[in-house]
Structure formats: C-alpha cells, structure tokens
Design a binder for this molecule. Structure first.
Ligand code: MN
Length: 202
C-alpha cells in the first residue's frame, strides 16, 4: 500500500517562488490521486504490491499489459512527486564538490542552467526535465507525462515538474518564469546526496 509522503516543510516555505496554494493542491490533490490510482492498479497482485514505486518504474517491462499504463502513469506520478518535494528548499547553494562535477560535465554552471532551461522550455505538453546520471556522465533530458528516466536505465538526481498544475496558478503560460524561479528553490544538498548515492551504488 503506497501512501502520500509528508512534506518536510510548510506549504508556504517556498514563497514567493512557488506559492502556497499551488503547493497545497499539488501535494494533497494531484500527488494523492497518483497514490490512490497506483494502489487500485496493483491491488490483488501480491508480488507488485510489495514493490516500491521506484522498483515498479525501473522494471516497467515486467508489469502485465492490462495494468502497465496505469502503473506507468500513476506509479510514475507517485515516484516523481516524492522525489520532487525533497528537491525543494530555499537558500541552499551548490557545494564546491558538486559545482566541480557540474563544471566537468557542462563547462560552467551557467551553461548547465541555460541547457536545462532550454530543455524545459522545449518540452511540448506535460512532463519533466531531469538532470540524470547516464554511464557516469551527467545529462539533461526530458520525459513526457509521468515517465521517469529510471525506465530507460538513467538515474535522476534533479527533476522539475513541468505540468501546468505545478505552476499555472502563479505563472499561467509563463513557463520560463517558473523555471527561473525553480533555480531559487533547488535543494542542492539533496541533489548532491542523490549524486553521491548513485556513485556509491554503481
Ligand atoms: Mn505535478
């Protein structure tokens, strides 16, 4: 049984970059719905019921066809949002260590930010923009809907929700302003933790 994770901060903690009402609806309504629909999809399959959302999404090809789309969309939604909430915090600068890794992969931090922003703006419709580890290199990529890079064997360390439900109340059609605001609330300590975890794992 999957459950909605509690946020480790108040709904207004990311103001003015991400507003309280958006955070509240996003967490209690949108994320809750992904959790509920995932639980419905895997109900009665005792093997799948025991798996984490991460394992379900990593091993999507083993999901029976009859529920594959539901697990992909709602399991992905649950996984992506659980990941996303932990990536948000104000005033967490990039550490010297992580900064070095970003520079090794992108040249400068500004280049990384430009490439991430370009990719995020270029995504048509709903989806996510990611910073992933792929064969020991950092890459920027986007996915449609609630797809997660794990299903392609890539490991995300940073992700941005580009569904309109994540920004429309405050930013309407101005996705560029939302992306710019996101750079003020990235919890770089968490990104670094994700990076180090992956590097230890593999
Ligand atoms: Mn969302």
């Amino acid at each position: 049984m999957h459950n909605l994770p509690k946020l480790e901060y108040a709904y207004n903690a990311l103001e003015p970059y991400i507003d309280e009402q958006t955070m509240k609806i996003h967490h209690t309504k949108h994320h809750q719905t992904y959790v509920d629909k995932l639980n419905v999809a895997i109900k009665g399959n005792s093997y799948l019921e025991k798996k984490s959302a991460e394992a379900l999404i990593r091993d999507l090809n083993e999901i029976p066809d009859s529920i594959k789309n539901a697990v992909r969309n709602h399991g992905g939604g649950h996984l992506n949002h659980s990941f996303f909430w932990q990536l948000l915090k104000t005033n967490i600068p990039v550490s010297v260590e992580l900064s070095k890794v970003i520079k090794e992969n992108f040249g400068t931090f500004e280049t990384f930010k430009e490439e991430f922003t370009k990719a995020a703006l270029g995504l048509f419709g709903s989806g996510w923009c990611w910073l992933v580890i792929n064969e020991n290199k950092l890459e920027i990529m986007t996915t449609q809907n609630q797809d997660n890079p794990l299903s392609q064997g890539k490991v995300p360390i940073l992700g941005l929700d580009l569904w309109e439900h994540g920004y429309y109340l405050k930013y309407q059609n101005k996705r560029n302003e939302y992306i710019e605001a996101f750079f003020n609330v990235i919890n770089w300590d968490k990104v670094e933790e994700n990076y180090n975890f992956v590097n230890t794992e593999f």
